[in-house]
Design a protein around this ligand. Structure first.
Ligand SMILES: C[S@@+](CC[C@H](N)C(=O)[O-])C[C@H]1O[C@@H](n2cnc3c(N)ncnc32)[C@H](O)[C@@H]1O
Length: 197
């Protein structure tokens, strides 16, 4: 876990929740919901302040949600239908099988080799035909942003290779230009894959 990144989220949980809550459900959420089996069980990795986890829960999915930042989790702890846990994704051990794994702009805060190890674990925790969504910044170089968060973006080619290696077959991929929390223009990728064995 990158200490400075988590410090940032701990200190800014309130502002992050306000920023995120201004957004309505996006296309990625709808694609994921359509693909995960009805009333399926999912886990939200790096769930932040829980807006997406709550939305999926309200649509009928059973949701576990994990994040390394206690302050981020604190923002939706009162939402009892969702099981929340403070977990560092670089050390996560999955104890259950899931029909879907949702990872929205969290894995990019992990070093490359740790990301790759996590992809392997994700493939193992998915049920057959389980869905994996990753939202991630596109790029080749790691950096710290002005808010001291570590970013480890990936290229489409790299991700295609590592997903394939883990028997995760991409069925949808789209890119967008957007703005990050600190208003910086960013290029992002939304990648949906399915466990094929
Ligand atoms: C950009 S926010 C995204 C939050 C949420 N998924 C969303 O889409 O709004 C990144 C999240 O990843 C979490 N995170 C960063 N590194 C982590 C790690 N090593 N283990 C668990 N969570 C981590 C942060 O605490 C933060 O909540």
């Amino acid at each position: 876990m990158d200490r400075k990144t988590i410090e940032f989220y701990n200190k800014n949980a309130h502002r992050y929740a306000e920023w995120r809550s201004k957004e309505s459900a996006d296309l990625s959420q709808r694609i994921f919901l359509n693909e995960v089996k009805l009333n399926g069980k999912i886990i939200d990795l790096g769930c932040g302040t829980g807006e997406k986890a709550i939305w999926f829960n309200k649509k009928g999915l059973k949701v576990d949600a994990v994040d390394a930042s206690l302050e981020m989790l604190e923002k939706f702890k009162h939402f009892k239908d969702i099981s929340t846990k403070q977990i560092d994704l670089s050390k996560i051990m999955f104890l259950k099988k899931y029909d879907g794994v949702w990872a929205s702009f969290s894995i990019q805060h992990l070093e490359k080799s740790i990301q790759d190890r996590l992809f392997k674990k994700i493939a193992k925790t998915l049920n057959k035909n389980g869905i994996f969504y990753i939202g991630i910044h596109e790029g080749n170089k790691s950096y710290r942003d002005n808010l001291h968060r570590l970013y480890v973006p990936r290229s489409e080619t790299e991700l295609k290779k590592i997903l394939k290696k883990n028997k995760l077959q991409i069925f949808n991929l789209f890119k967008e230009k957007n703005f990050s929390f600190d208003n910086k223009p960013i290029k992002i990728m939304h990648i949906f894959s399915k466990l094929i064995c």
